[in-house]
Design a protein around this ligand. Structure first.
Ligand code: M6R
Length: 368
């Protein structure tokens, strides 16, 4: 049942191309996004002038990515908030506010309570969930289901990639309702998304390399993850995976923050995983990351670099180089997260832990 793998999580990592294509299938037709359920009028959708994304854990990291896409495509301000914090700070909500609640299980208590609070304030709620008929979709005005299939491993993997795709579909739906993108542009964005299952398939070829790297990282005291722009949520996700599975101290930082404190943590031999921005899409950020790597390497860090194929400039600064295919900037997390999932799972396995059932954690957290 584990499809020849030692544990479910690895099987689920390898199922990511299918999880993505199943999530995209049927959600885009006649030049527009099709939600699974819509109890809100097109006019109301058009009138949305503020978006809040609420979620927990890995779903929250996918939400951080939603902000880049929605603000860029729709020109609506987006705030992303941990569901457990949202309702305790009296957020400004109203009929023209859309709250996007992301939850794999659809049963997470913090997210459900955030949804209930939003509804008492008359906000519209759109749920993204992997579980048909679960509570959060039932209490929402609109629903888009990810079709990643059941996820057995407690650590979210294929549902994370599916959530990113779903978030981008919601971004396109809003752009369409508001008229900030023409049909041909929507079709172009969707076609780029539709090419991602193949890109993920090709990044899976790095699995043997990452498994080998993991054997040399199991004894690290801590691991840091750095990224910028869409690479920042990926860094947070890489660190979360390592904490929850390998019980190691791990932290993700926005690389621009290094000089504002975290660089003091760098010491001889400390592994630092760096996400390089896309060369074409973000050449300015690329140059900044290069200088960050140079700084940490000079202070003794062991640099593990995830970079686009053909990124020659980074080679001299990478103690380990993991190459990913070049894809449009917003879509890079769909490929760059994959090696981090494998890294965490394999370090955990080498440390002798149960990868599918990490200690103290439950697949669905139904208490606040
Ligand atoms: O079911 P949900 O998406 O609402 O769950 C949210 C988090 O509990 C979940 O993503 C958790 O962080 C995972 N264990 C991360 O791998």
């Amino acid at each position: 049942e584990k499809g020849g793998h030692d544990y479910f999580m690895l099987k689920e990592i390898e199922e990511q191309p299918e999880a993505l294509s199943n999530t995209l299938r049927g959600h885009f037709a006649d030049g527009g996004v099709v939600l699974d359920e819509q109890r809100i009028s097109e006019q109301d959708l058009r009138d949305i002038n503020k978006v809040f994304v609420v979620a927990c854990g890995t779903a929250y990291h996918s939400g951080l990515l939603a902000k880049y896409a929605i603000e860029h495509w729709c020109r609506i301000p987006v705030e992303v908030e941990l569901a457990s914090e949202f309702r305790y700070r009296d957020p400004v909500l109203g009929r023209d506010t859309l709250v996007v609640a992301i939850s794999q299980s659809g049963e997470t208590a913090d997210t459900l309570e955030a949804v209930r609070h939003a509804r008492t304030q008359h906000a519209r709620v759109l749920a993204i969930s992997n579980t048909n008929g679960s509570q959060i979709p039932r209490e929402s005005d609109a629903v888009l289901y990810t079709h990643a299939g059941p996820e057995i491993g407690v650590a979210a993997t294929k549902t994370f990639l599916a959530q990113i795709a779903a978030n981008y579909l919601v971004g396109l739906a809003l752009a369409q309702a508001r008229g900030t993108k023409y049909t041909d542009e929507l079709e172009h964005e969707f076609a780029e998304l539709a090419a991602m299952p193949d890109a993920v398939r090709s990044v899976l070829e790095t699995v043997p390399q990452v498994r080998e790297l993991a054997t040399r990282m199991c004894d690290a005291k801590a691991v840091l993850f750095l990224g910028r722009h869409v690479g920042y949520p990926v860094a947070l996700e890489g660190a979360l995976k390592l904490k929850e599975l390998a019980y190691m101290h791990a932290e993700g930082f926005a690389a621009g923050e290094l000089k504002h404190g975290p660089i003091a943590l760098i010491e001889d031999g400390l592994p630092v995983v760096v996400q390089m921005p896309s060369l074409k899409g973000h050449s300015q950020l690329h140059a900044k990351l290069l200088s960050n790597i140079r700084e940490i390497q000079a202070r003794g860090a062991r640099t593990i670099v995830i970079a686009e194929e053909g990124d020659e400039a980074v080679r001299p600064f990478a103690d380990e180089l993991i190459e990913i295919p070049a894809v449009p900037t917003l879509l890079q997390p769909l490929v760059s997260t994959v090696p981090l999932q494998v890294l965490a799972a394999e370090i955990a396995r080498h440390r002798g832990y149960d990868v599918d059932k990490p200690r103290n954690l439950a697949k669905s957290v139904t208490v606040e």
